[in-house]
Design a protein around this ligand. Structure first.
Ligand SMILES: Cc1cc2nc3c(=O)[nH]c(=O)nc-3n(C[C@H](O)[C@H](O)[C@H](O)COP(=O)(O)OP(=O)(O)OC[C@H]3O[C@@H](n4cnc5c(N)ncnc54)[C@H](O)[C@@H]3O)c2cc1C
Length: 483
């Protein structure tokens, strides 16, 4: 792949960025060759992917441009990175002598524009600190993925991430106003901040979701919303089955209500969150209304009216749901604790998220769970929840645990994780859903890209070839490597 040696790559990078910003420490390089898709290998400190030549820290758009141009001229694979919370292999350095470009040092909030309700920041601004800062001033981004304490703005846009209040605020694609990105030839492109445009296709969406396979995102402008947590209303129910739960989600969405949270846990997943008060075998349905008082009151009233038509639903005291939400997000502490537990028990928990229209989501959920429990060994839990609903359908977030039995770390992915992913993808494709709702294709699910895209794969492939003709941007992500 690269047309110069590893030493020359490092030398070229030092010339551009200075010695202190070019890291070649072996431990750092190994840790930077993977992400949480290889969680078991990571915990067991067994590294199976090619080790990068260097991890570099960039401080400006111009530095990103120079590094990309150097990589492009010398055909060196680059892997963009910000928060390092990826879970689908997007950060794996799949080719020898790659460069990991870390944008977490580009961490300035550039402008808080309260009049036009938008905030501009560099790619390495952590979402948690941005939202905390805005909330102190009475505003919020409305974006709240479970990885909020880890993820940064560049990665959040690059993966088309979504947060727990998405049913009201939308995914990141609904929040982006404008962007700046650098392409492999060093070209810096800015998409200006306007409320809407019809000047041809919406090119923000070539950048949003590119997963580092087309360009490096350097700056992001997103919407701000008024923050009014005092008006929040939580509504919860217990119920016996998921089919009814999906019907309830659909009724509220189709009626035109916009709760911020619309969640349905199956019995297995609910058991992990609510065991202190929930009977075995029960599912849980949760809504939250958010925003100005008049709207939240009307939303709460409307949802309760619709749900009252189902006598099978058993109301839950909203107070017991408040603690549930407070403990949902994951930061470094939870990651470290999980690693200790995996080491001690060899029991590992993974998630896979998909979406489907209302007419197929139950079949996707049911048949995937049934097949996995039947076909995959050593499963200790199989379940999930729906957490993002739309007028036209919803997502399913499969949650599963298995014991790693008689299996060296380097074989765990093949024996368990990929097999489970394969079953989920097969069932989703069979019933016509999308195999990825929000974590990105990464490298883990890139092998299904043709089935996912169908005839529109032509468009993705053409974009890749046009923007990255030398094939240096995060190869193996979105589109699998050719053997
Ligand atoms: C515990 C946990 C919970 C999670 N919960 C959610 C959730 O609720 N919702 C959700 O959507 N996701 C979730 N994720 C997945 C992950 O946090 C998101 O994909 C997040 O958007 C990644 O942001 P990051 O800054 O960590 O990016 P990274 O992990 O650094 O990178 C992610 C991908 O984006 C690319 N990338 C990173 N920065 C740039 C850049 N500047 N330019 C171009 N490409 C770039 C990388 O190459 C990689 O492919 C979760 C992950 C964990 C570990």
């Amino acid at each position: 792949m690269a047309i110069i040696s590893r030493d020359k790559i490092v030398e070229g990078l030092v010339n551009i960025l200075g010695k202190d910003n070019v890291i070649t420490d072996e431990k750092v390089l190994k840790e930077s060759s993977i992400d949480r898709y290889r969680k078991y290998e990571q915990v067991m400190e067994v590294y199976t992917q090619p080790i990068p030549a260097a991890v570099v820290y960039v401080h400006s758009t111009e530095e990103v441009s120079e590094v990309l141009k150097f990589a492009n001229d010398n055909q060196i694979n680059v892997v963009p990175r910000t928060g390092h919370s990826a879970i689908e292999g997007g950060l794996e350095t799949a080719l020898e002598d790659s460069i990991v470009i870390d944008g977490s040092t580009m961490n300035k909030v550039l402008k808080v524009d309260k009049y036009n309700m938008q905030v501009t920041c560099q790619c390495g601004v952590p979402l948690q600190s941005l939202d905390d800062m805005l909330r102190e001033q009475g505003y919020t981004t409305g974006h709240s993925p479970q990885s909020k304490p880890l993820a940064q703005m560049g990665g959040l846009v690059a993966t088309r991430s979504i947060g727990q209040f998405s049913t009201l605020y939308g995914g990141i694609e609904d929040m982006i106003i404008g962007l700046e990105a650098v392409f492999p030839n060093g070209k810096i492109c800015r998409i200006k901040n306007v409320p809407r445009r019809a000047a041809g296709p919406d090119i923000r969406h070539i950048i949003c979701g590119n997963e580092g396979a087309l360009c490096f995102i350097t700056e992001v402008t997103v919407k701000m919303f008024k923050y009014m947590p005092e008006n929040n209303r939580l509504i919860g129910y217990k119920l016996d089955d998921m089919k009814l739960g999906f019907d309830c989600l659909r009724e509220v969405m189709v009626a035109g209500y916009k709760p911020s949270i619309a969640r349905l846990y199956d019995a297995a997943d609910a058991g992990m969150h609510f065991s202190s008060w929930l009977e075995d075998g029960k599912c849980v349905l949760i809504w939250m209304a958010e925003g100005p008082a008049g709207i939240t009151e009307a939303t709460e009233k409307g949802i309760k009216e619709l749900m009252s038509a189902h006598p099978e639903l058993e109301p839950v005291d909203p107070k017991i749901l408040e603690n549930w939400f407070a403990g949902l997000n994951w930061g470094p502490e939870q990651i470290a604790q999980e690693a200790e537990e995996i080491k001690a028990t060899k029991n590992i928990g993974i998630t896979t998220e998909v979406s489907g229209s209302w007419d197929c989501i139950y079949e996707i959920y049911k048949t995937a769970c049934d097949r996995i429990l039947e076909e995959v060994p050593d499963m200790t839990l199989m379940g999930g929840h729906s957490s993002h609903s739309y007028m036209t359908g919803t997502n399913m977030y499969f949650v599963y645990y298995y014991n790693v039995v008689d299996c060296p770390p380097e074989e765990e992915i093949n024996k368990y994780h990929d097999r489970i992913n394969q079953i989920i993808c097969e069932q989703v494709i069979k019933y016509g859903g999308s195999i990825v709702h929000h974590h990105g294709l990464g490298k883990a699910r890139a092998k299904y890209v043709h089935e996912e895209y169908g005839s529109s794969f032509y468009m993705l492939d053409t974009l890749k070839k046009a923007f990255d003709p030398n094939g240096i941007m995060n190869m193996g992500t979105l589109i699998p490597l050719r053997k």
